[in-house]
Design a protein around this ligand. Structure first.
Ligand code: AMP
Length: 219
């Protein structure tokens, strides 16, 4: 199964992408997680990416393409993948299509998570993240068992992502509308778009995605 999960910041791409990958036994390739790992590794060449990410802006198409096509080239991704956060611009989407076509492949489905702006601001404004393993928590709905400590990896330094600060959420939502939303039309024209209501509980949304995929991309 070759899947793309897309949607605005805070739509739940990371959470649902992780679950879908486990469900189908394929890797979850999150461009945001990969970029944050590279930045944390302290590579001087990526200082510019670091600034873009914490400001809520986007890295260049060249950087995103090189990173993600490199991941898709790995043997782990040979039998399927869940892409999350890439492509994020029309140009990236076209690059991905050409890359996959070069191997005689195409995406099976594009899951577009739909969530209101009010819900996004509420979710991101309450999001706490583990800088070590990337696990996320909602401060009110699903807090960690011990304050400040990650349930998943035990790291005792849960934090608010710099791009989840209110003024940066606004930047990210604007960029989503201007630069990422056009990919929805691109995939709709190719009959790949599967919109899913992403409001409600994590379990409800996951069940909706799996049910929608059964119809459009049965295994
Ligand atoms: P995310 O975890 O998907 O919200 O991504 C976090 C940040 O990483 C974004 O706000 C961008 O700065 C950067 N980023 C992730 N994926 C891409 C991409 N495909 N193109 C450009 N920038 C990206």
């Amino acid at each position: 199964m070759r899947l793309l999960i897309t949607g605005s910041p805070g739509a739940g791409k990371g959470t649902q992408g992780t679950r879908l990958a486990a469900h189908f036994g394929i890797p979850h390739l999150s461009s945001g997680d990969l970029l944050r790992k590279i930045v944390a590794s302290g590579d001087g060449a990526v200082a510019q990416s670091a600034r873009a990410i914490s400001d809520g802006k986007m890295v260049s198409d060249e950087t995103a393409n090189a990173l993600m096509l490199g991941e898709l080239d790995k043997p782990e991704a040979a039998n399927g993948f869940v892409l999350d956060g890439y492509p994020r611009t029309l140009s990236q989407a076209q690059t991905l299509t050409a890359f996959l076509a070069g191997r005689g492949e195409k995406l099976d489905a594009v899951v577009a998570l739909e969530v209101s702006e009010v819900a996004v601001i509420e979710r991101l404004g309450n999001r706490i993240t583990c800088p070590q393993c990337g696990e996320t928590y909602h401060a009110l709905v699903s807090p960690p068992k011990v304050v400040g400590v990650c349930d998943e990896c035990g790291y005792a330094g849960l934090t608010v992502r710099p791009d989840d600060l209110p003024e940066r959420i606004t930047v990210r939502l604007r960029l989503y509308t201007e630069r990422t939303e056009p990919i929805l039309g691109y995939y709709r024209e190719q009959n790949l778009l599967t919109p899913v209501n992403a409001e409600g509980t994590e379990n409800d949304v996951f069940a909706r995605i799996v049910a929608a995929l059964k119809k459009v991309a049965p295994l």
